[in-house]
Design a protein around this ligand. Sequence first.
Ligand code: KG4
Ligand code: ZN
Length: 334
Amino acid sequence: MTSPFYSLGIETSCDETAVALLDGETDVIASLVYSQAQIHAPYGGVVPEIASRDHLRKLPVLVRDLLGQSGRSLLDLSLVAATFGPGLVGPLLVGLSYGKGVAFGLELPFIGVNHLEGHLFAHRLSYPEVFPPFMALIVSGGHTLLVKVTAFGTYQTIGETVDDAAGEELDKVGKLLGIAYPAGAEIDRLAAQGDPTAIAFPRPLSDSPGFDFSFSGLKTAVLYYLKRHARERREDVAASFLASVVDVLTQKALAATRRHRLDRLVVVGGVAANQHLRTRLTGDGAARGIEVLFPEQRYCTDNAAMIAAAGAFHHIARGETSPLSLAAVPSLHL
Ligand code: KG4
Ligand code: ZN
């Protein structure tokens, strides 16, 4: 495609208000992410009503800034893509309604995007030349799943968490360690100064044959450990806990890649920003002949460039659009 095809991406499924302008299927013109984390930090997690109200306040301003920075106007747009699930229903409704309104007003095609598929397209933004098949590990605050990607748009979930998501677990253990929400990045930093072998936390389901994950028992183990050892170095607790999460994710993801006779693993979602996970998976993967790819860090955590990319793929390559009657689906599956 030679002439520009600009897609406006909108993401409001949780506590990031994000907008992006994409040209074609992979060329990011601009991407803005506004995090509400500070607003929710005193509550230790996202408060849905506060999140909805803040998206409503911030979204139009971000779109104006996005177009201003890009030197483009609404009239240059060709497509509007917005997340319609999974996520919190109130926050989803804000971005979805806004996106539909823009598309209707400008008589443009509209496409609803599955947030989980959006995370997969973060990979495409960083590696536009790398195509499926590959195994994908989607690891975020809301989800932990292993997906066999035979083609973009064709997914088979082969394992997922039976309780908490890995990022949710990092946030909960962070709270136990007195770290503000979201705690993932700070645990990453603390762990770098600690001893990962200091405490032998469990590796849940690591010896079980399937590809499902379970993390909630690990959080309980940390809770009881901290009750008995109140004076333990936080760095060592963070390092030992993170080592357990990284061990389980590495073991399952590489085993799944092998089992399905694939030689490439793609890791996406907020937890894919984790340095320990990146180093370990890359090293262990190479030792087993598996290439492990992570998106750039800014596309790991929630953003709208990945939403625009998934929407543009479905529209440009597949000719799809969504009806303006499309509903928000909080528990949408891949
Ligand atoms: O993908 P994401 O932005 O939102 C969801 O779709 O859930 O992921 C957010 C999660 C949070 O749990 C956060 O603590 C975690 O990603 N996270 C990290 C890092 N940066 C964000 N976890 C580990 N290490 C990081 N550097
Ligand atoms: Zn996400």
